[in-house]
Design a protein around this ligand. Structure first.
Ligand code: PGA
Length: 255
């Protein structure tokens, strides 16, 4: 296993936080931080923040991502946004299948697959989220569930398409709770995900795929998590909203 083959991606998931004016303030704090970074730095912002964020990030090391995308190109889908709308604005990444989308908005592995396919075909990097609930972990079905999420969520994908996919392992019980998975717990599942990717797409693709950990990653735990062999980055919620915290995590990802 050679970690050097993979890109480290530190992505902030702002969720439903920051108005366009507030976003501008935070981005101006983040730009010098990203300047020093030796990893990919992405901020996944609310849709309405995208045009301003892209303009502010131009020429910097900060990439702008979205938090969802619809799978059709256009049509009668009130409230939805297409991949083309995002690429026209120079969005580079999109989060797909976040557990909050699965939990509150009826997202399934099947819709995750449709959205991820549309995103990758449009040239976006799809950050595909998987993760178990506490009940599922306690029932001992974590691996079974993750295997299904990967198999169904990436159904129809080719090794070539996987070049534009990042997997985010986010145990639901660790998201926004302040409870982080231990380094070993996170590593165990990320290694399992890589094994599944090898079964589906071959060893070389599995070794080249960035797998992030997400769930209460913070300045204190980031370095140790990112040191684990199969953890190649982070998807960060709460701590991505504070530039000082995000700076430490980006620093940890740059080592
Ligand atoms: P958190 O969120 O860092 O606030 O736990 C992570 C996520 O939901 O992506």
């Amino acid at each position: 296993m050679n970690k050097d083959k993979r890109k480290v991606v530190i992505a902030g998931n702002w969720k439903m936080n920051k108005t366009p004016a507030e976003a501008a303030v935070l981005i101006n704090e983040l730009k010098p931080i990203a300047e020093q970074a030796d990893c990919d730095v992405v901020i996944c912002v609310p849709y309405v923040d995208i045009p301003g964020a892209v303009a502010l990030c131009e020429g910097s090391n900060v990439c702008v991502g979205a938090q969802n995308v619809h799978f059709e190109q256009s049509g009668a889908y009130t409230g939805e946004i297409s991949a083309e709308m995002l690429t026209e604005l120079k969005v580079s990444h999109v989060v797909i299948g976040h557990s909050e989308r699965r939990q509150y908005f009826g997202e399934t592995d099947e819709t995750v697959c449709l959205r991820a396919t549309a995103a990758v075909k449009a040239g976006l990097v799809a950050i595909v989220c998987v993760g178990e609930t506490l009940e599922q972990r306690e029932a001992g079905i974590t691996e079974e569930l993750i295997a299904l999420q990967i198999k169904r969520g990436l159904s129809g994908f080719t090794a070539d398409m996987m070049k534009n996919v990042v997997i985010a392992y986010e145990p639901v019980w660790a998201i926004g709770t302040g409870v982080t998975a231990s380094n070993e717990q996170a590593e165990e599942v990320c290694a399992f995900i890589r094994k599944k990717l090898a079964d589906m797409f071959g060893e070389a693709t599995a070794e080249a795929t960035t797998i992030q950990y997400g769930g209460s990653m913070n300045p204190k735990n980031a370095a140790d998590l990112l040191d684990m062999e199969n953890i190649d980055g982070g998807l960060i919620g709460g701590a991505s909203l504070k530039s000082a915290d995000f700076a430490v995590i980006v620093g940890a990802g740059s080592r």
